[in-house]
Design a protein around this ligand. Structure first.
Ligand code: IPE
Ligand code: IPE
Ligand code: MG
Length: 235
């Protein structure tokens, strides 16, 4: 990785596990296992190269519509990963946070989520946001409701709602907006990821399926990001 400005916040839509498995005539769940393995590699690499915030989309609010067997397999993979994170991942200086409505997950998983969040809270390195049961629209509605409740409680007035103030009602409160969002798998859509936060993100799409996405592909995405001219509406 050559020296240069790094994006402070990178988002990754980890897509293409199912097609990866299908290409090998294997069940989709095998693709998810390979994807989960690759997730471990890529987060470590991102932390090594100095990314400050990494948000990975692991499960969307719409992914519940998949067959129960597939959802169950995904929940088991999350559990395995969180148990592993508690065991050895804690040696790494990564702070794990969860964005999304985790209350919808089974109790065992919710407990693990709370443990991982608590155990990694003192970490000072990369912040890893795991987007689980996350949807950008749901996040915005949740923020709007919380703000309305604060108004009702007399804590603030409707006119206090600025973009900066609303930001504090989102899961990513206090974090910079993503500079770069990467989507492997060939699809070129947002799929309800970081809708509010992505207003000025640079998008990079790759024709690679997530389990095949290598650290060099992250480097490549960062190179593409660096070659872009960000204008933020200016000239
Ligand atoms: C991404 O891979 C993982 C999740 C959405 C949980 P997919 O399962 O969407 O893989 P494709 O898009 O069907 O290949
Ligand atoms: C987006 O992928 C969600 C995650 C990667 C977790 P999907 O596979 O669910 O998105 P669509 O259905 O292709 O838009
Ligand atoms: Mg997909």
């Amino acid at each position: 990785m050559e020296d240069g400005i790094l994006p402070a916040h990178v988002g990754i839509i980890m897509d293409g596990n199912g097609r990866w498995a299908k290409k090998r005539l294997q069940p989709r769940t095998l693709g998810h296992r390979a994807g989960a393995q690759n997730f471990r590699t890529i987060i470590r690499y991102a932390s090594q190269i100095g990314i400050k915030y990494l948000t990975v989309y692991a499960f969307s609010t719409e992914n519940w519509s998949r067959p129960a067997e597939e959802v169950g397999a995904l929940l088991r993979l999350f559990k395995d990963y969180l148990e592993e994170a508690l065991r050895d991942f804690m040696d790494e200086n990564i702070r794990v946070r969860f964005i999304g409505d985790v209350a919808a997950f089974p109790q065992e998983l919710r407990e693990l989520i709370a443990e991982v969040e608590e155990a990694s809270a003192p970490k000072t390195g990369m912040v890893l946001n795991l987007a689980m049961n996350y949807g950008g629209r749901a996040e915005i509605l949740r923020g709007a409701k919380a703000f309305a409740e604060d108004v009702q409680a007399g804590l603030c007035q409707p006119e206090d709602l600025t973009e900066e103030a609303f930001d504090r009602y989102l899961y990513t409160a206090g974090q910079p907006a993503p500079d770069l969002i990467i989507r492997p798998s060939g699809e070129q859509r947002v799929s309800n990821f970081l809708l509010w936060q992505c207003a000025y993100a640079e998008f990079v799409y790759f024709d690679i399926l997530w389990p095949d996405f290598k650290p060099q592909d992250l480097d490549r995405a960062i190179e593409i990001y660096r070659s872009r001219q960000r204008r933020f509406g200016g000239v």
